[in-house]
Write a protein that binds this ligand. Structure first.
Ligand SMILES: [Mg+2]
Length: 195
């Protein structure tokens, strides 16, 4: 079975059953069903789904409001199910953070590609976010190494290359990554720096 988790939200039991049947027969992992927006918020919190298939018109709390709340604690994709296709609703929906929407009644042919696109979109966003974090980390590390190098240059009257070689040697001798060494060097005061 697919490991990605799906939450189904609709106030009509028959629609929930239909959706579950279609998804499960394709190997998707339906982790829970909610019958209104309030339940959806609670179950999204508990199950951390990758995708939420969300009805709009429901008692207690509608799907747009629920999506707005869910957006604050998770980056799950939200596929909105709507009987309406008015512009106003679509505007509200995208402001609330809806990934895409389907107009009811939803056929299997419409549902499955939409589910696949919503899930892969989320994976792409997550992987981009991961890349950006790694880049930021690298950039931070480089800044620290540069600052430490400056400190070593002025302390030992080294040129840039000498300072860099000194740091590389220290990092190998002490068996710590260059960025870590740089951080330590920045925290040392002048009297502790020797070679
Ligand atoms: Mg409804």
């Amino acid at each position: 079975m697919d490991s990605r988790k799906i939450l189904i939200v609709d106030d009509e039991p028959i629609i929930r059953m239909d959706l579950r049947e279609i998804l499960e027969s394709e190997g998707y992992n339906v982790v829970a069903e909610a019958k209104n927006g309030e339940e959806a918020v609670e179950l999204a919190h508990r199950h951390k789904p990758d995708l939420i298939i969300m009805d709009v018109k429901m008692p207690v709390m509608n799907g747009i409001k629920a999506t707005e709340i869910i957006r604050k604690f998770t980056d799950a994709s939200v596929l909105l199910l709507t009987a309406y296709s008015q512009k106003e609703l679509v505007k509200d929906a995208s402001a609330a953070g809806v990934t895409a929407y389907l107009v009811k009644p939803v056929s299997e042919e419409d549902l499955l590609p939409a589910v696949e696109i919503a899930l892969s979109q989320r994976e792409r966003v997550n992987s981009l976010r991961h890349d950006i974090q790694a880049l930021e980390q690298k950039f931070e590390e480089r800044k620290i190494v540069e600052r430490a190098k400056g400190k070593i240059m002025s302390h030992f009257s080294f040129n840039e290359e000498q300072a860099y070689q000194w740091m590389r040697k220290e990092s190998m001798t002490k068996r710590i990554p260059l960025a870590k060494l740089a951080e330590q060097l920045l925290h040392l005061d002048k009297t502790e720096l020797t070679y």
